[in-house]
Write a protein of this length. Structure first.
Length: 232
């Protein structure tokens, strides 16, 4: 083992271009008295330079390894940020206001109205920019129409379009404005008569507004308990 260490000292000195220590110096380095070895061992400038060079190289390798590890961490963080961004976008999409058609469908009480809008080709119109105010009959309101008459209406696109557009008023008209109106002109062209009886808003004297100000991104919905028929 001592012979190996002696050879190493010789090799290191040779690599640095310095003078090789004599056998006495080597003996002290590997000898039994470490204090004496330190005193008698001569650290030449070349040997010092070599040791410092190797130390810097070792630190550089450690730095590279650290940067690699940090790079992985950065990538993981980026993935987490991307995932969070997608989740946030999904949440925003879920929280975004729905248009009139989407609001009516999501409510669950306007299935027949949605069917009628589809049959009349008015879905895209009411999904447009608007704004619109829609007096929306519920499924129960449509159920008041005899089944045969309802089926005939749904099959007649022209007549159905007139009925449905008679439920739509241009602009966003909240309940606070409706109660102060005596009539409202519809998209169909004919007006709807508006009265307030015992605190309830009545349309054409017989149809009751049962819920108001259902907000949509392109207007507002007021719920009614009967289907309005335009004048002949």
């Amino acid at each position: 083992m001592c012979a190996g260490r002696r050879q190493r000292v010789r090799s290191v000195t040779h690599e640095c271009g310095g003078n090789q220590p004599d056998d006495a110096d080597v003996h002290d380095v590997v000898g039994q008295n470490p204090i004496a070895s330190i005193r008698r061992f001569t650290l030449t400038p070349d040997l010092f330079y070599m040791l410092m060079h190797r130390s810097v190289a070792t630190l550089a390798l450690a730095a590279v390894a650290t940067l690699a590890a940090c790079g992985g961490g950065t990538q993981d963080t980026a993935v987490m940020e991307d995932t969070t961004a997608v989740a946030d976008e999904s949440a925003m999409a879920m929280d975004a206001p729905k248009d009139i058609v989407e609001t009516a469908v999501a409510n669950g009480s306007f299935n027949t109205l949605a069917q009628a809008l589809t049959a009349a080709g008015l879905v895209e119109t009411l999904k447009g920019e608007g704004p619109f105010t829609v007096f929306a009959p519920t499924d129960e309101a449509f159920a008041k129409i005899p089944q045969a008459d309802l089926e005939a209406l749904l099959a007649d696109k022209e007549a159905l379009t007139k009925v449905l557009t008679y439920h739509v008023v241009s602009g966003n008209v909240p309940a606070s404005q409706v109660t102060g109106m005596s009539e409202a002109t519809t998209v169909q062209g004919s007006p709807i008569a508006i009265t307030v009886v015992d605190g309830k808003v009545m349309l054409n004297g017989t149809t009751t507004v049962t819920a108001t100000d259902v907000a949509a991104s392109n207007g507002v919905i007021h719920v009614i308990d009967a289907v309005l028929m335009p004048p002949m």
